[in-house]
Design a protein around this ligand. Structure first.
Ligand SMILES: Cc1ncc(COP(=O)(O)O)c(C=O)c1O
Length: 383
């Protein structure tokens, strides 16, 4: 029993580093669990800001840093990055949004131009945030190219992999994540694609010691007396929390029970479901895909007969927006299938995200039948 408890304790404290090796990270990588992805993103930006500004800002506030700071992130980036910039005194307006390509991935040439412009104007580029699975379409930014830019300009590279990061475990998606391990920090949400209940985010630092000065404060009662690495790892020196709940237990239990192979298979199955919807949508004149399917998110819309084929006027586009919104509400009310909404290139999209290990291809076929039924109802009601 004693040995068992020791093993459990050591696995909960080292999971972010063993988990990180499954994500391709260096053996020295490590980190901590957080309440969720927003907090992991916030913590990463705090570490990045401290590395750039040093102790002056930590001690005297943002006014102690003379030049405006810049964080770079694509237009598709989750708003928790903007929120973190606001809370950290970097400023929401100093998150420079970089345009994306047709696949919703960051345009790396535009990133370089923005950095050069800002430097010439006297601003200080501090951090680039890359997405490994954007919240709206699931796009993965060109991580290796962004890592090379970060290295060239001395920027902290953070990857928001909250939604998509665990897809690296699935062989069919793995190449998308090349370059992720070069990042200074990676945010993940085990409460998304590790299938766990809410309240389990995770932040992995490539070099935890690079983050430590941002959080470590000498308080006598938190002095570490233990020497065994698992016992001596002082979480509070790597993030904002001191007292914390035992989040690692659910991660450990899920992996101990199912095994990482089963998780990888389940993620592969989710990816297959999303690709299957994309095939069905592409094959049917009733539907139109509005974004490429990169991971397990799919965005599409229903087209009534009059809107099929050929070009459409703005008035028809607006009518399609309204119809698809009614379809989504009807679907949600019927309660058999669930889709949320997204705006893709200004148009209303039905958005699905497959994140349940029980979901099958058959569910995808049922979903599209449900959408057809909801569309008929919505059209009849409007007539
Ligand atoms: C890409 C991305 N980043 C960050 C977050 C925030 O995660 P959380 O809700 O765990 O704070 C989300 C949530 O959907 C997300 O999709």
């Amino acid at each position: 029993m004693r040995g068992g408890r020791r093993r459990l304790r050591s696995s909960w404290s080292t999971w972010p580093s063993t988990g990180s090796s499954a994500l391709g990270c260096d053996p020295g990588a490590g980190g901590l669990f957080t309440s969720g992805g927003s907090m992991a993103n916030f913590t990463a930006l705090a570490a990045a800001r401290h590395r750039h500004c040093g102790d002056a800002v930590a001690a005297h506030g943002a006014a102690a840093h003379p030049a405006p700071l810049r964080v770079y992130a694509s237009t598709e980036t989750h708003h928790s990055i903007h929120k973190a910039a606001a809370l950290l005194g970097i400023g929401r307006a100093n998150v420079r949004e970089i345009p994306v390509d047709a696949g919703f991935r960051m345009d790396v040439d535009a990133l370089v131009r923005a950095i050069e412009e800002d430097r010439a104007a006297g601003a200080e580029p501090l951090c680039v945030v890359a997405n490994a699975g954007t919240v709206v379409t699931g796009a993965v930014d060109p991580l290796a190219e962004i890592a090379a830019v970060a290295r060239r300009y001395g920027l902290w590279m953070h990857v928001d992999a909250c939604y998509g990061g665990f897809a690296r475990l699935a062989p069919s998606a793995r190449p998308l994540f090349d370059g992720m391990a070069a990042a200074d920090s990676i945010a993940l949400d085990p409460h998304k694609w590790l299938y766990l209940p809410a309240d389990c985010g995770c932040l992995i630092y490539r070099d935890p010691e690079a983050a430590r000065p941002a959080f470590s404060l000498d308080a006598d009662y938190t002095r570490v007396m233990q020497t065994e690495p698992a016992e001596a790892f002082a979480f509070w020196d790597y993030g904002p929390d001191l007292s914390r709940r035992f989040r690692a237990l659910k991660v450990w239990m899920a992996l101990a029970h199912a095994g990482s192979r089963a998780v990888a298979d389940a993620i592969e199955g989710n990816l297959d479901c999303a690709r299957h919807v994309a095939e069905l949508v592409d094959a049917s004149p009733e539907f139109e895909l509005l974004a490429p399917v990169e991971l397990s998110i799919f965005c599409f819309r229903y087209l009534p007969p009059a809107a099929r084929g050929g070009s459409r006027s703005e008035a028809v586009e607006e009518e399609l927006d309204r119809l698809n919104e009614r379809i989504m509400l009807a679907l949600q009310q019927a309660g058999n299938s669930y889709l949320s909404n997204a705006t893709i290139n200004g148009r209303f999209a039905l958005r699905g995200c497959v994140l349940n290990y029980r979901t099958t291809r058959r569910d995808m076929q049922i979903l599209l039948d449900d959408v057809r039924r909801a569309a008929e109802e919505a059209i009849e009601e409007a007539a």
